[in-house]
Each structure stands twice: as C-alpha cells, then as structure tokens.
Write a protein that binds this ligand. Structure first.
Ligand SMILES: *Cc1c(COP(=O)(O)O)cnc(C)c1O
Length: 419
C-alpha cells in the first residue's frame, strides 16, 4: 500500500455512513441515528455541527463531562510515562486509587477490573468462596432482586432479575434466586425456603437504587432490615454501586442514602469519568481471595487508575457532592413542575442527587423512547430506563443554567408529544 492510498483510507468523519457501520458492526444495540463528534463540559456536537445538552453522560459515566482539563492532564501524563505493565508488578496508581476508595467508603480493600459486569463477577466469586470456605456451604446461593441489573456476562445476566436479558442464553449459571425488591417478607421467606431445601444463602446482592430497572430507590427500612438479617445469619450483603456510586446520588456511594454498609460493593461507570475501569471492594473479614484466585490483564493498570484517581480527586476538590445535591433538587423540582403540567403523561418523578427518573403513565401510548427522541429533536440527550421511565443522568458538573435550558427543551418536547 502506498502512502497515498493510506491517506485516502475512508476514516475521516465526512466519509462515514451509518449504513456502513451497520454492515460491519454487530447489531447488539438499538441506536439512535446520531453521530457525535465532539464534547465540551455538558455539551456534545453531532457530525452536522448541532449542539446537544448531554443528560446521558455515557449512561451515568462521564461525571466530569467531556474534555475536562483534569482528565486531559491525567490521560496525557499517564500515556507519556507508563500506561500498562501487568499485575506481575506493584502498580503505584492502583495502590493510590485503592487507598482513596478505601478512605472514602466502608471498604478495606479493592480489586480492579474493566467494567461493571466484571466487577460483579468478582463479587460473585468472592461471595461463593466465602460461602464455601467460611460459611461451609456446599451450594451457596446468591439472592438478587426482580428488575435488577448487574451486567451482560453469563453470571451477571443470571444475577439480573429480568428475563428479557436471559432469553435465548440458557443454560444460565446455577446458584441464583430472585426476590421482589423492597419486600422484606418475601426475602425472609426465600431464605427460609432455601434453607429448607439445603440450598443456603451466601449473599444478598442489591442495587441501592435500581437504575436500569426504572430508577427505583431502595427503601431505607428494607435495607436496614436486610443488614440486620445479614448480621444475624452471616450472609454477605453485596451492593452494586456501578450506576449510583462515585458521587452520582450526592453521596460517594448509593448505600449512604440508606444508612447501611455493604460487606462487598462494586463500582464502574462513573469511577473513571469515561475511561474504562471497574472495581470490587470489600471489608477485610470477607477478603478470602488468595494469589491466583482472581485476575484481569488490564485490571488496575497505571493508565486507568491514574485517570480514575484524578477524577476522584477533582470531584473531591470541587466539593461535588454538595453541588450534586443542590442541582439534583433543582432538576427534580423542574421535572415535578412538568409532571403537574402534563398529568395525563407523567405519573411520577423520583431519584437521588443526579440520577432521576420520570415515569410515564402505563395507560398512555407514549414510551420512554418517544420522549427521548422528541427531546433529541429539541437538543437534549436522555436515556430510557425500561419502557416507561425516562432517565436523567447528566455530568455531575451540570450547572443550574444548563438544567434550566434542558427543562425548557423537555417542555417543548412534551408539548409536541401531547398534541
Ligand atoms: C451498567 C451497570 C452494570 C454493568 O456495567 P458494564 O460496565 O456495562 O459491564 C452493572 N450494574 C449496574 C447497576 C449497572 O448500572
């Protein structure tokens, strides 16, 4: 190949077509017909130069928005010095990130990987090993909730209490059992029934707020009772903090909204501000992993950890938790105002900090995807959380003015949909 043909290789944005994309990329996603080229703060621009307010943030991931100077600096520094070595050696950035996370959570120790599903796989393995070696269970069972979401690997689609993610992928992984969310009687009943069948519960795995399952906050009394049951029986409490952790709710961790501490928790999405990284953290009493038990080639490399540490420090130095609480309140009150204006379309607005959901009437023909498409026309990116809930997960640095602009655009979108 001559240099000339290399130059002409069709990789520039102008030659890119979505039809070609669909020819070469597996169709695992239903995509909106939008090609984004650039981002700055809470705004992104498409290939036509149109601006959008990004209230998706890579699905609760880009906590510092786009092109944040702290991320640019950390990425640049790390890629110029050392980006990957392997866990054959001590990785300074990994140790520093683990220390930050431990100092800002209830956990004592961390394991690093690359995604939420991988973090949950680690939590499942740790709970099973604890079940076998400490609780002396032959068939340890992990309880999870209906409408939960824990990832797309085989073990995590099994953990996910939604049949639509499991359909066609059997045989699933054994050792999971499902209970309704926020229902303590059902949980107690399931534990007793499993005990009776000689299938004892090793862990209960829950989201503090179900994100994917429709932005449903956990009930404080329920979680406190779950904690009591775990304390009494030795069952581990695993909390999936992949979507609600890292400041999203106005606290570092979703569990802080519920007044409980998990024994194991997982993080990903917001942890790297958009750089792929996941983590599984636990209290020292249940850290039963030995060398050789678990691993990940990319997990905890200097690049991902250096950037994640910069994200953590920036959120902390900019006092982001208070900002998230204030802006979250402002967004919810604006959305509630819209709900009052459109009582036939909107049933409820709910959420914590900057993860909020707007639930549409079950009887109305309108779906969350309809609202997302109409909002996109008005210049705001939103993401569905199931068929009837529209999710709002902007960057944590979102300003009052940006929220007001988004609310006006959503009001225009709702007015076009209600006619
Ligand atoms: C997104 C998500 C996951 C899966 O994370 P991936 O990085 O996509 O593997 C797991 N749990 C929860 C609660 C999530 O929101």
């Amino acid at each position: 190949m001559t240099p000339e043909t290399l130059v002409k290789t069709p990789s520039t944005p102008s030659s890119f077509t979505t039809a070609e994309f669909d020819e070469y990329v597996m169709k695992t996603y239903g995509r909106f017909p939008l090609v984004l080229e650039r981002g700055q703060g809470c705004r992104v621009w498409d290939d036509q130069g149109r601006a959008y307010l990004d209230f998706v943030a890579g699905i609760a991931t880009c906590t510092l928005g786009h092109a944040h100077p702290a991320i640019v600096a950390a990425v640049t520094e790390q890629i110029q010095t050392l980006h990957h070595v392997s866990n054959l050696y001590y990785v300074r950035q990994q140790g520093e990130l683990a220390k930050w996370l431990v100092n800002h959570s209830c956990a004592d120790r961390a394991f690093f990987c690359n995604s939420g599903a991988e973090a949950n796989e680690g939590a499942i393995k740790l709970a099973r090993k604890y079940g076998h070696t400490v609780l002396k269970l032959e068939n340890p069972v992990i309880l999870t909730a209906h409408a939960s979401f824990h990832g797309r690997t085989l073990a995590t689609i099994t953990a996910t209490g939604q049949p639509k993610y499991q359909k066609d992928f059997s045989p699933l992984v054994p050792g999971f059992h499902y209970v309704p969310y926020n229902d303590i009687a059902a949980l107690e009943c399931a534990i007793a029934e499993l005990d009776h069948d000689q299938r004892h519960v090793a862990a209960i795995m829950l989201e503090g707020l179900q994100g994917e399952g429709g932005v449903r906050p956990g009930d404080r009394a329920y979680f406190q009772r779950v904690r009591e049951i775990c304390d009494k029986t030795g069952i581990l409490l695993i909390m999936d903090e992949v979507q609600v952790g890292m400041g999203r709710t106005g606290y570092w961790w979703g569990y802080e909204n519920l007044g409980v501490e998990p024994d194991i928790f997982t993080s990903a999405k917001g942890l790297g501000g958009g750089i792929p990284i996941g983590a599984m953290l636990c209290k020292s009493f249940c850290d039963v992993f030995q060398p050789g038990d678990h691993a990940s080639t990319f997990g905890g490399n200097p690049f991902a950890c250096g950037v994640a540490l910069a994200v953590c420090q920036t959120l902390e130095n900019e006092n982001i938790l208070t900002h998230v609480q204030v802006q979250g309140e402002h967004l919810r009150s604006g959305l509630r105002h819209l709900a009052e204006q459109y009582p036939t379309l909107i049933v409820e607005v709910r959420g914590w900090g900057l993860i909020n959901g707007m639930e549409l009437h079950a009887e109305a023909s309108l779906t969350s995807a309809d609202v997302v498409k109409a909002a996109m026309q008005e210049g705001v990116l939103l993401v569905p959380a199931g068929l009837k809930v529209v999710r709002f997960v902007p960057p944590l640095i979102v300003t009052t003015a940006e929220i007001d602009q988004a609310l006006h655009a959503i009001a225009r979108a709702l007015s076009t949909l209600s006619t």
